[in-house]
Design a protein around this ligand. Structure first.
Ligand code: GTP
Ligand code: MG
Length: 375
């Protein structure tokens, strides 16, 4: 006996408990929804649904985060692993030149069109250097966007810390260092705005050494590059250093698996419905794939790359935008591809239901005494 009844088993197999009870009856087992089932009965029912109960009964497929972790672990052990592009997050204090650096790499002018010259969301782009792709995430430097910097650090391989040579280490510089360290991600320092009169890279280096970022010529192992995002000075050198660091890390993924990934940003588009920017981390995401994204579900309808071009599939480390979800997911939600749409829908609906129940529970516990603590 494993303490599981028809109701639990139904949940696990995404079937109505009544259907399970009926199935058991047909198999000669008399039970109701609440009665504990023995191992043989569970295996019998599972076999009816073509599931090997010994492996699967204890795997709850509605637990997306665990499923994501398992698929990640399986991919890392796979024989089909091949080299994947590095994911590089640009971080640093507000106005230190992160978006300008990316504009230079992409030959675009995003920073010129930002409201107030301030980045307010994570942007994801891919750049080719010597025909090797690098995925870049641009994060906001404004103090208000700490959670975005944290998320950026969590889904990246390398952090490029941009510090303006005329301004030095500032609060969000330190915060970025903390996020990178807690995510155990190596930092490459880019001292920017070298073209500005009064640029003092030595002073910035000294400041950074207090945070244990020590360049090689001081006996450390952190890569420092002095650049100007505006003139392009040493930007190629920075790219070469990123590729070198990525090579050392031997970043790999298995493109043959069903995809897993993470949502970067999501929104509701008036014409296209829910739209999600996401990063594919393992496997290959294809148009038509049934997916669960956080508490949402759907089928990849239209997939677009960072240049706005429609694509049929996205391989590991590729940032893409997708439509086809039933509702808007949240940033940092995990994406898991399922075998069929029916299962994806049932898992998504179950998760949405659970989330709703959870939020109701939370509301119930609000009293006049703690009302303001929860806001
Ligand atoms: P947030 O995203 O809001 O944190 O800012 P950011 O770090 O992306 O800075 P952004 O690239 O928007 O640049 C801020 C200002 O610095 C702009 O006016 C840029 O033109 C200027 N700037 C960026 N890099 C350089 C540089 O290398 N030299 C000079 N002189 N100016 C630069
Ligand atoms: Mg910016």
């Amino acid at each position: 006996e494993v303490g599981m009844n028809a109701q639990d088993l139904g949940k696990l197999l995404h079937r109505e408990p009544a259907e399970i009870v009926k199935k058991l009856f047909m198999l000669g087992v008399m039970t109701n929804q609440n009665q504990s089932l023995d191992k043989d009965a569970i295996e019998l029912v599972a076999a009816e649904y073509n599931i090997n109960a010994k492996e699967k009964v204890h795997e709850d497929i509605s637990d997306i985060d665990t499923l994501y972790d398992k698929r990640m672990a399986a991919s890392k052990k796979s024989k089909h692993q091949t080299k994947r592009p590095p994911v590089v997050t640009i971080m640093g204090h507000v106005d230190h030149g992160k978006t300008t650096l990316l504009d230079r790499l992409r030959h675009t002018h995003v920073s010129a069109h930002e409201a107030g010259g301030i980045t307010q969301k994570i942007g994801a782009y891919q750049v080719r250097v010597d025909n090797k792709p690098i995925t870049f995430l641009d994060t906001p430097g404004h103090a208000a966007f700490s959670n975005m910097r944290e998320r950026g650090a969590e889904i990246t391989d390398i952090v490029v810390l941009v510090v303006a040579a005329d301004d030095g280490v500032m609060p969000q510089t330190v915060e970025a260092i903390d996020h990178a360290k807690s995510a155990k991600v190596p930092i490459i320092v880019a001292i920017n705005k070298m073209d500005v009169p009064g640029a003092n890279p030595e002073h910035v280096t000294e400041q950074l050494m207090k945070y244990n970022l020590i360049p090689e010529n001081y006996g450390g192992d952190t890569i420092f590059v002095n650049i100007s995002a505006k003139t392009g000075e040493n930007v190629d050198e920075l790219l070469q250093m990123i590729l070198l660091q990525a090579d050392v890390m031997e970043l790999q993924a298995d493109p043959t698996q069903k995809a897993i990934g993470t949502v970067i940003e999501a929104r509701l588009s008036r014409g296209r419905g829910p739209v999600a920017d996401l990063l594919v981390q393992q496997g290959t995401l294809k148009v038509g794939d049934p997916i669960v994204v956080g508490n949402r579900f759907g089928r990849v309808r239209v997939m677009t790359n960072d240049r706005g071009r429609q694509v049929e599939k996205a391989t590991p480390s590729m940032p893409v935008e997708i439509t086809g979800l039933n509702d808007v997911p949240e940033s940092a939600d995990k994406i898991v591809v399922f075998d069929d749409e029916k299962t994806a829908r049932s898992v998504g609906e179950q998760r949405a239901q659970q989330a709703l129940q959870q939020s109701r529970e939370n509301v119930k516990h609000v009293t006049l005494d703690n009302l303001f603590d929860t806001m």
